[in-house]
Design a protein. Structure first.
Length: 281
């Protein structure tokens, strides 16, 4: 039995919310064997890449959750209106003939955008991670090549530092700088899909945790299509609720969202705990 945990993108608020969901599930279903954080495979995209690195670091969920409630943060303050950003990204893809070409155009736009410098952004992401070493576990962290639009999946065997892989997967175009690794530049893995759940292909059971409302349209990638490609695996999805969306606000990249998002996620996790336990076990 191969169990996979898929952690979606969602900004700083999404990181806090997903940690809250995981802890909420443990609150009400503490007998999970194995625990969710001990899944055979973890796929983490953007915010989910941070959560994947955190929960495989050996630090307990309670400690990781408590950090989201702290006023201290290494996050760089950024004023972003998500709707305006999505409009800019959509405009950049106008006329693209394929998803890969659309991602390439977003990458070109991102390469020319004014952002903070790479070292400052890397330091902020490094501050999120309890350990900067890859875990002795199978975790997949997707990013997109800014110059070709192609998907790249970083693993512990890629020869890339964990901090760089997470920073690349979290490199929101137009907000954070594309990440230089070797001779290539990379942008957020969410530009291919917010979930990239199909990377868990070959698993028997796949739990997807995503800070989006059920039925909400996805700008890139389709979770329903990804679930079809996971067949014959059993798949369960935990979505955000309206209270969670309110906690995220218009700028989910702001560190000020963390406390409310974490608490909202914990409430969602508790509500879904019984169903998740039956599915996982």
């Amino acid at each position: 039995m191969i169990r996979a945990l898929v952690l979606a993108g969602g900004g700083v608020a999404g990181i806090a919310w997903e940690l809250g969901v995981l802890l909420g599930i443990r609150d009400a279903a503490g007998d999970l064997r194995p625990p969710l954080e001990a899944a055979d495979l973890i796929v983490g995209t953007s915010a989910g890449s941070t959560v994947a690195a955190q929960i495989t670091s050996g630090q307990d969920l309670e400690t990781l959750f408590a950090a989201q409630l702290s006023a201290h943060s290494t996050e760089i303050p950024v004023d972003v209106d998500l709707q305006d950003l999505m409009a800019s990204l959509t405009s950049a893809t106008a006329g693209a003939l394929s998803p890969s070409q659309a991602r390439q155009r977003i990458g070109e736009w991102a390469l020319n955008a004014a952002t903070v410098d790479e070292p400052a952004r890397r330091a902020a992401v490094a501050g999120r991670l309890p350990s900067h070493e890859w875990p002795d576990r199978r975790i997949l962290l997707p990013a997109v090549d800014a110059q070709t639009g192609q998907l790249i999946v970083f693993t512990r065997d890629s020869g890339v530092a964990l901090v760089d892989a997470v920073t690349a997967s979290c490199a929101v175009p137009g907000v954070w700088p594309p990440v230089t690794i070797g001779q290539r530049r990379y942008i957020d893995g969410g530009m291919r899909s917010a979930t990239n759940a199909d990377l868990a292909s070959g698993s028997d059971r796949v739990l997807v945790i995503t800070p989006t409302l059920a039925g909400a349209p996805a700008p890139w990638g389709s979770l329903d299509d990804e679930i079809e490609r996971l067949s014959p695996a059993a798949v369960q999805v935990v979505h955000a609720d309206e209270a969670s969306q309110a906690a995220f606000g218009p700028n989910p990249l702001s560190a000020t969202t963390r406390g409310a998002a974490a608490r909202a996620g914990r409430a969602v996790g508790r509500r879904h705990a019984t169903d998740v336990a039956q599915f996982w076990n």
